[in-house]
Design a protein around this ligand. Structure first.
Ligand code: CA
Length: 381
């Protein structure tokens, strides 16, 4: 079934032969891969839209009912479209995009690489899920080419910055969480509120230009080294499809403040594969993260910032404790000092990166989240 059986049923946006965009659901069976045209099958207006937003805004009760309805449609013999006949589009009109930094192993590795003479973790790291507001308008669907960004770069041994194409283009293998139900300005979402607001999960590649980032990031954090492109899966996996994937994360010390738990340290047992030009170079495990999705959401809203339908928040690079589990080339080649087999450090023009994700499904097997692909194109200026 290829990970897209009836226990998965992810949502996306498709069109056929240049026609209007519609909301659909993917499933595979012995005959092939299919997309159910939800507007065609149900007539519901929220599915005649060019994003999932109108549907997602209806809230968890409608999401649950719809999931049952879709399963019944498929089992009842609706007429789905062959996947190869549709074009897939960005599934969500992204409202705000926030990127966290929730992997202890990733944050420690980056600290050691960027600040070799200091403590790898900043003093706040174990007290709050660090994040920054990213650029929603450059979130693109899997398959969209990624143009190598240009900008100011300054290596530590250079006296002054220069302008030009990034020489340290990288990926960050992450998981993205898509908000469906909004929250009220001035209120906060409790650490128990994840399933009340989050519609689903998507794969996410936070393309990163390390040389631009290293020069610009102090003191206000990531800016142009990140904002040129962020790729997401064409399919959003509903939270309900991950019911069997929840696991306890490794643990937190010290105990976080009450609004961040305790007891909110459940994460997802999602395996990630990072593939470069057809070869797997890393297998980051999401279950090794330090901060949980519920804690990230609680922290994101603790100041009263409201959620909007279409908000996207990402985990930060997923890296495990082993060298073969690092979710960025920065870590895999240790800042360029330890090239991969074949001499590779950062991305070259023409490189194709594919992120694959799988998790335990509720049916006893595994589900496969929508993959995230992108090919690097030559800088334009
Ligand atoms: Ca990131």
């Amino acid at each position: 079934m290829n990970g897209f059986g009836l226990d998965h049923l992810p949502y996306g946006v498709f069109s056929v032969a240049g026609g209007p965009r519609r909301v659909g659901v993917r499933f595979d069976d012995d005959e092939g891969s299919w997309v159910v045209d939800l507007h065609g099958e149900t007539g519901r207006p929220e599915f005649a839209e060019s994003s999932l937003n109108t549907f997602m805004a209806l809230g968890p009760e409608v999401w649950r009912q719809t999931r049952d309805e879709v399963r019944a449609l498929i089992e009842g013999g609706c007429e789905p479209l062959p996947l190869e006949e549709v074009t897939l589009h960005l599934p969500v009109e992204v409202a705000d995009y926030v990127d966290f930094y929730a992997s202890l192993d990733h944050a420690s590795n980056v600290g050691k690489i960027f600040r070799p003479d200091s403590e790898p973790l900043t003093p706040n790291w174990r007290h709050l899920p660090i994040g920054y507001h990213g650029r929603a308008g450059t979130v693109v669907v899997s398959g969209t080419p990624v143009t190598r960004p240009s900008g100011q770069r300054k290596a530590p041994d250079e006296a002054t910055p220069t302008y030009g194409p990034s020489r340290r283009l990288d990926i960050e293998a992450e998981l993205g969480f898509v908000v469906g139900a909004p929250s009220e300005l001035g209120s906060s979402v409790p650490v128990t509120g994840l399933a009340d607001h989050v519609f689903g999960v998507t794969g996410l590649n936070d393309w990163s230009a390390r040389d631009i980032q290293a020069w610009e990031y102090v003191p206000l954090g990531p800016f142009l080294g990140k904002s040129f492109a962020t790729s997401v899966s064409p399919w959003v996996t509903p939270l309900a499809a991950l019911d069997a994937a929840w696991v306890d994360l490794p643990g937190q010390d010290p105990e976080p403040l009450p609004y961040l738990g305790p007891g909110a340290t459940r994460g997802l047992d999602i395996d990630i594969e990072v593939e470069l030009n057809g070869e797997v170079v890393s297998r980051p495990p999401y279950r090794s993260m330090y901060w949980s999705p519920a804690q990230m959401l609680a922290h994101l809203t603790v100041n009263g910032a409201s959620l909007r339908t279409g908000d996207l928040f990402a985990s930060g690079t997923v890296s495990g404790p082993e060298p073969g589990q690092r979710g960025s080339f920065l870590e895999l080649c240790w800042g360029g000092q330890e090239p991969l087999p074949g001499g590779r450090t950062f991305l070259e023009d023409g490189d194709q990166v594919v992120l694959r994700y799988s998790a335990p499904g509720t049916g006893g097997g595994r589900i496969t989240l929508g993959e995230v692909t992108g090919r690097v194109e030559t800088a334009r200026h």
